[in-house]
Ligand binder design. Structure first.
Ligand code: UD1
Ligand code: UDP
Length: 379
């Protein structure tokens, strides 16, 4: 079989972290595959930070990020920018990840150019197009035009089967985020945030992240006000918040949480440092998607600051609780986990429903089969 050219397109921090293991695996198989790494730079600093940890150098960089960009800005810039590259490079397959607007626009460009699409982390669903917004819409739209579905779990496979997708092209691989954790686990990278946590080892450290567009405005203010009350009430608690670079998040975080001596607002962390921070935390409080997978894999309980989750595996395993953004509910739920040892211990028992760290190898194997005109139907 002649070498196949695989274009990998991504643009944000989480996509970079979850696609990095696939890229590293592709690069190990240069006898079969040629890689073409295209970043849209929907995120700039946060993308570059993730690329540096894995030492990945893109072949193309669309550099589209603007301050407070709209979803239409991202879609239009990616669609047009990618087209030129696809025409020049003529990839045999395009890989996209998850549910960002970069992924949706890149998949659409591939579809228009009739290039087969492989969707990594396919099949996640809440079935509510407004939650999370616009990610639920993006992933459903991507899966409508996907050729090869790489799903992280059996549940996500079932979601696609219920939508009538052909089982032949659905492969259960595990989530590549576990591959990424295997990559970062021996990191010795030092950071002042780690020193800070180590300097107060008896504190209960809460790690908070929040960035979702549907939480912009009142819900995010509620979350931050709730956590301020919790920290005020509990002298044994310190809070670490690596603040997302979105100006909307920056503004409200600094306004509500910017001046408390046990609340530490810091810049986004390199992912190898961030994984160490999760491991040292007592509890994770987040509206992030990726953290709902990473924290359970690192044995840390997660309270999810959303109304719905597309990751029911963590709920079933008992390591996640979906608590929404109502101020009183957030206070109640966090208080409960700080004070109720039995509930805390139940949630922090080691369960990782997201795979064995070998997802990238399975993805590559299946792409190989695809080009031989076969499918293995791994499950
Ligand atoms: C995007 C994704 C979301 C994903 C999140 C991960 C969409 C619609 N949203 O949301 O699914 O969960 O990334 O973090 O695809 N900014 C910087 N520097 C950076 C990154 C962001 O300054 O490195 C600022 C810019 O002003 C940018 C704004 O943040 O306009 C928002 O970024 P954007 O990618 O539009 O939205 P996110 O909330 O990051
Ligand atoms: N992350 C990071 N540094 C930080 C915060 C998060 O490297 O300061 C990583 C985290 O480990 C996870 C990913 O970023 O892999 C999650 O990204 P985010 O929450 O921005 O997006 P989502 O997962 O919600 O799409």
């Amino acid at each position: 079989m002649e070498k196949k050219k695989i274009a990998i397109v991504f643009g944000t921090r989480p996509e970079a972290i979850k696609m990095a293991p696939v890229i590293l695996e592709l690069q190990k198989h240069q006898e079969k595959f040629e890689s073409c790494i295209i970043v849209t730079a929907q995120h700039r600093e946060m993308l570059d930070q993730a690329l540096a940890v894995f030492d990945i150098k893109p072949d193309y960089d669309l550099d589209i990020m603007r301050q407070n960009q709209t979803l239409s800005d991202i879609t239009a810039d990616v669609l047009k920018g990618i087209e030129t590259i696809f025409i020049k490079e003529k990839p045999d397959m395009v890989l996209v990840h998850g549910d960002t607007t970069t992924s949706f626009a890149a998949a659409l460009a591939a579809y228009y150019h009739q290039i087969p699409i492989g969707h990594v982390e396919a099949g996640l669903r809440t079935h509510d197009k407004n939650s999370p917004f616009p990610e639920e819409g993006n992933r459903q739209l991507i899966d409508t035009i996907t050729d090869l579905f790489f799903v992280p779990t059996e549940t996500t496979k079932q979601n696609l089967l219920k939508e009538g997708k052909d089982e032949k092209w659905i492969v259960v691989t595990g989530n590549t985020v576990i591959d990424a954790i295997h990559y970062t686990k021996d990191s010795q990278t030092k950071h002042s945030a780690l020193d800070l946590m180590d300097s107060k080892p008896n504190q209960k450290w809460i790690l908070l992240t929040s960035h979702r567009r549907e939480n912009y405005g009142e819900p995010m203010a509620n979350i931050f006000e709730a956590i301020l009350e919790v920290v005020n009430e509990h002298p044994e608690v310190d809070l670490l918040l690596p603040v997302h670079l979105s100006p909307t998040v920056q503004e409200v975080a600094r306004k509500i949480l910017g001046s408390h001596k046990r609340i530490h607002l810091i810049d986004p962390l390199e992912v190898d440092v961030f994984h160490q921070v999760i491991s040292k935390a007592y509890l994770v409080l987040t509206d992030s998607g990726g953290l709902q997978e990473e924290a359970p894999a690192l044995d840390i309980p997660v309270l999810v600051l959303r109304d719905k989750t597309e990751r029911p595996e963590g709920l079933k395993a008992g390591t996640l609780r979906v608590i929404g953004t109502d101020k009183n509910r957030v206070i109640e739920e966090v208080n409960e986990l700080i004070t109720n040892e039995e509930r805390y211990n139940k949630m922090s028992k080691a369960i990782n429903p997201y795979g064995d760290g070998l997802a990238s190898g399975r993805i590559l194997e299946e792409i190989n089969y695809y080009f031989k005109g076969k499918n293995r139907g791994l499950s």
